[in-house]
Design a protein around this ligand. Structure first.
Ligand code: PLP
Length: 441
């Protein structure tokens, strides 16, 4: 069987059924659209579990402790929290919303890493009182708040110091996070002052460093460069700072979206990090630290797809044909935000050949509201079911109500079963939080 349907490279557990429809994890996508409506996010549980196991299995090759923390910003709801907890991973959260979702799915607090660049006292206090495992501190004003709070609450707080390690990854500038001119993290030259502050605060326990290089990175080099910087800092500071033995190198492993992306597998990435950590540690004469990585996209992206109903088409002679669907940048902001590309197919006509190259347009009032700029498809007709592939990461989690469009539902599929895990919003929900003051009634 071809590995492509129209312009879409098949995702794990995606097949063409005898009915000529696309199936995903044993579920007929046409039936899912009929039952749950469109737009619809569909997430394959098996793929999430498989990717978690691949990470954990690869981590066993490291002679010291190596933890995998799923970056919940890529996709989180209570069901996802349960899956990640059951899989045995840790969890990275960046807000009380993510923390609340995790805790309400019974995610163990001590396996949670709390990030942020400007958290309020209330947010930090809530995280500390729940006993989150690590708080990653980004800057001086957060450090001051944390010191005050640890004293006020009389509890020890385990910290990682976030650093802009200066490594520049070859990825979109909006997702480069470790360059020196970045809102994230301390600069390396801040460390003497940071440790001076911490040493006068006995309840602040600095356990290690954190540095996330960026996202959708497809080569090993930025990760190993980052490791070299961080291991060098361990060599400098170990012995002067008690308990300093953890390196969290963030997430960032890229995934396949289109044929332009030369994928680095989870296994190759993990083996590369482990080998580099061992080589560099030996070279610098530093003991192997506890390692942590925080993958988001590489766990969830290929587990997801989005279903849309085609409304109609518009052809501009000699220029382009647009296929209009019932979704938009409100359910997938990535093409507009980063110029990201996706692949697509018609799920109800999977056995038909693709005959044209078209653009898939969203329904928002923005020229940039395009879901796919170029995809091969059969000539699409009203009511066809269009699937945009590999939308598991940063789609639902970045969705908005722009143009007052309701956010779509999320359905989890596993071995032929489909279950709703996030309800779709209704049109009525669009005014649910509105308040009409008396003088306007
Ligand atoms: C601190 C941190 N960790 C992990 C991640 C996850 O990155 P990815 O989804 O690319 O693996 C991000 C993403 O922005 C991040 O900022």
């Amino acid at each position: 069987m071809s590995t492509y349907v129209h312009g879409l490279k098949l995702q794990p557990d995606m097949t063409i059924g005898p009915d000529g429809n696309l199936w995903f994890a044993g579920c007929n996508l046409v039936d899912l659209a009929a039952e749950f409506g469109t737009p619809l996010y569909v997430i394959n549980e098996n793929t999430i579990r498989r990717n978690c196991s691949r990470y954990l299995q690869a981590a066993t090759r490291y002679p010291e402790n190596f933890s995998i923390a799923y970056a919940s910003k890529a996709f989180l709801c209570q069901a996802m929290g349960r899956i990640i907890a059951q899989a045995g991973l840790e969890l990275d959260v960046v807000s009380l919303g993510e923390l609340h979702t995790a805790l309400s799915s019974n995610f163990p607090a001590d396996r949670i890493i709390f990030h942020g660049v400007n958290r309020s006292r209330h947010e930090l206090r809530t995280a500390i009182s729940h006993g989150v495992g690590r708080i990653v501190v980004d800057n001086y004003f957060e450090l001051e708040k944390l010191a005050a709070m640890a004293t006020e609450m009389n509890v020890e707080v385990n910290l990682l110091i976030r650093l802009a390690s200066g490594v520049q990854a070859d990825t979109h500038e909006y997702v480069q996070t470790s360059v020196t001119d970045s809102k994230f993290g301390f600069n390396i030259t801040d460390l003497p002052q940071v440790f001076a502050i911490c040493s006068s605060e006995p309840l602040l326990r600095v356990r290690g460093f954190h540095s996330h290089t960026g996202s959708q990175i497809l080569s090993l080099q930025p990760f190993t460069e980052n490791l070299r910087v961080l291991l060098g800092l361990l060599a400098t500071w170990q012995g002067k700072v008690p308990e300093l033995d953890e390196l969290n190198i963030g997430g960032g492993l890229g995934t396949y979206y289109t044929a332009d992306d030369q994928e680095l597998s989870i296994e190759a990435y993990m083996a590369g990090i482990i080998a580099a950590a061992q080589d560099i540690a030996r070279e610098l004469g530093v003991a192997l630290p506890r390692l942590i990585v925080e993958p988001g996209r590489s766990i969830i992206n290929e587990a997801g797809l989005t279903l849309y109903r085609v409304g109609g088409t518009k052809t501009i002679a000699g220029t382009r044909k647009y296929v209009f669907v019932d979704g938009s940048m409100a359910d997938n902001i990535r093409p507009a935000l980063y110029g990201s590309n996706y692949e697509a197919a018609l799920a109800n006509r999977a056995l038909e050949a693709a005959t044209e190259t078209v653009a898939v347009a969203g329904r928002c009032c923005e020229s940039g509201d395009m879901l796919v700029w170029e995809s091969k498809l059969p000539a699409a007709a009203p009511d066809d079911l269009l699937v945009v592939g590999r939308t598991g990461a940063y789609n639902y989690s970045m969705a908005s109500n722009y143009n007052r469009l309701p956010r779509p539902a999320v359905v989890l599929v596993t071995d032929g079963q489909a279950e709703l895990i996030v309800r779709g919003e209704s049109w009525e929900d669009m005014t649910r939080l509105d308040v009409l003051p008396d003088h306007l009634r």
